[in-house]
Design a binder for this molecule. Structure first.
Ligand code: K1U
Ligand code: ZN
Length: 167
């Protein structure tokens, strides 16, 4: 397995629209394993392929306390959304920034697993928030884009300054 480099906001590659996965091959499973290792090491509770500069529709999530419940979602789609909640979100591509974002409270999704089998899942609380956040990445959307223009500009300038200082 390998640790992958996570793109940092405001890298424009984070705005790339991901392509569907047409066949779940060993290479896709290897990428899922590398993404999981990268997510656990960061540490985070989710990671989208977009964030590691692979523009295919795949995400990994583990919201369990013991970090022993890895889920791989290939070609995920949201079938239903219900309710509204406002939770604080973070993003491994936007380090050190935590902001409240309003999203659906429950979602029902359909995806393929690492064996290529279709499944559906009902999700609420952190899993629902995380699924919506990661599926947004596959559409090229970063959570800061839900914030005011002023906040977005402040975050952009802060991260650009940090990136210049660590070059
Ligand atoms: O970068 C990402 O997309 C992952 C992101 C997922 C997420 C978290 C919270 C709300 C919405 C989406 C993160 O994992 S940020 C880091 C984080 O939340 C965390 C880090 C260590 C332990 C527990 C959580
Ligand atoms: Zn993110």
């Amino acid at each position: 397995m390998a640790l992958l480099k996570i793109l940092q906001y405001p890298d424009r590659r984070l705005h790339t629209l991901a392509e569907p996965v047409t066949e779940v091959t060993d290479a896709i499973r290897r990428l899922a394993a590398d993404m999981a290792e990268t997510m656990y090491t960061a540490p985070g509770v989710g990671l989208a392929a977009t964030q590691v500069d692979r523009h295919i529709r795949m995400i990994v999530i583990d919201v369990s306390e013991k970090k022993d419940d890895l889920k791989v979602y290939i070609n995920p789609e949201i079938l239903e959304r219900d309710g509204e909640v406002c939770h604080e979100e973070g993003c491994l591509s936007v380090p050190g920034i935590y902001e409240k974002v309003s999203r659906a409270e429950h979602v029902r999704i359909r995806a393929q697993n690492a064996e290529g089998q279709l499944f559906e899942q009902e999700a609420h609380s952190l899993l629902a928030t995380c699924l919506q956040h990661e599926i947004d990445h596959l559409h090229g959307r970063v959570f800061v884009e839900y914030l005011s223009r002023l906040k977005q500009d402040r975050i952009r300038n802060k991260l650009l300054k940090q990136q210049r200082e660590t070059m």
